[in-house]
Write a protein that binds this ligand. Structure first.
Ligand code: NAP
Length: 292
């Protein structure tokens, strides 16, 4: 699947498609990252973002497979619904209960989830963590499900904080199934317990959208101190009030671009069998973010 020689027309009739399916998709950095990587490795692939309404998802997935696409990514709101389209699921997709990567293989349509691997790659590259340290995660939505699996796989004790205590408890159970040495759910309304958990954590992760438009997190999450690490799954803007407060107090602060690039790199390897050029993907995404 190599491209024609430099200077020859491209794309050609042999060029194969990889698609992002979401609703909406206009904001996505995935086409930028993947097309930069395909170009660097001279792969005859093109990545396009397709806006797919929820009731069209099954038909679009079938049409992509029938027309020779090699793979796809799924974003909001399709990650759970697409599970029903898959003939096979990886253990990771089954554990998380959601699929963000499809690959059409000789055995049929495979559903995978690379979000947890993406966060784990980012944490490994950016943060010094040791088994048994405590991680506190705020949020119980789709991204939080992948995040608790990543934290568990780093051998961290996991405290899940949510405004719905039943959802926090369910994610704590998921962390235990994923191998966390200890996990519990905490009600966000229980501020004293939340404050104690945050104060004693090595790593504090925001998996809510709070901060995308300048919102503060609940008070205990703005009381970090030196020796702690704040990780915000948000990458746009790259500096949220949560990260700004953490850095002002002497803690480390990391935005979520590393996780985004990490999940893309794992999907890229699944489609192409090659290691992704991670630095190229990251630089391409950063150019778009800083141009805004
Ligand atoms: P989601 O499924 O809608 O979940 C959002 C979570 O935030 C829910 O648990 C929700 O609680 C909670 N929440 C929202 N407002 C809150 C508030 N005022 N107080 C307390 N909790 C609140 O969204 P998602 O897909 O998980 O995404 C979450 C964030 O992660 C987004 O900012 C997204 O951009 C980011 N993300 C980043 C990456 C990456 O690669 N870096 C990947 C995926 C997502 P309820 O359940 O009670 O409503």
């Amino acid at each position: 699947m190599s491209r024609p020689p430099a200077g020859a027309p491209w794309p050609t009739a042999a060029t194969r498609l990889v698609a992002l399916l979401g609703w909406p998709v206009g904001h996505s950095l995935s086409p930028t990252m993947h097309n930069a990587a395909f170009a660097e490795q001279q792969l005859d692939l093109v990545y396009l973002a397709l806006g797919v309404p929820p009731d069209e998802l099954t038909g679009v997935v079938q049409a992509l497979g029938a027309s020779g696409a090699i793979g796809a990514n799924l974003t909001v709101p399709h990650k759970q619904a697409v599970v029903a389209c898959c003939e096979h699921l990886t253990d990771e997709a089954r554990l998380i209960g959601a699929v963000n990567t499809l690959a059409w293989t000789t055995d049929g349509l495979l559903g995978d989830n690379t979000d947890a691997a993406g966060l784990r790659l980012a944490l490994r590259a950016e943060v010094d963590l040791h088994p048994g340290q405590r991680a506190v995660l705020l949020g119980t939505g789709g991204a939080a499900r992948a995040a608790v699996v990543a934290l568990a796989r780093c051998d961290l004790e996991v405290v899940v904080v949510g405004r719905r205590p039943d959802a926090a408890a369910e994610l704590a159970a998921l962390a235990t199934r994923a191998g966390a040495p200890e996990a519990r759910g905490v009600d966000l309304a229980d501020l004293a317990v939340v404050g104690e958990a945050v104060a004693s954590a090595r790593l504090v992760v925001n998996a809510t959208p709070l901060g995308m438009s300048g919102e503060d997190l609940p008070e205990p999450f703005h009381a970090l101190h030196e020796g702690q690490v704040a990780y915000d799954l948000i990458y746009s803007p790259p500096l949220t009030p949560f990260l700004a407060a953490a850095r002002a107090a002497g803690a480390e602060g990391h935005h979520g671009l590393g996780m985004l690039v990490g999940q893309a790199a794992a999907a890229y390897r699944r489609w192409t069998g090659q290691a992704a050029p991670v630095a190229t993907m990251s630089a391409a995404a950063m150019r778009v973010l800083t141009a805004h």
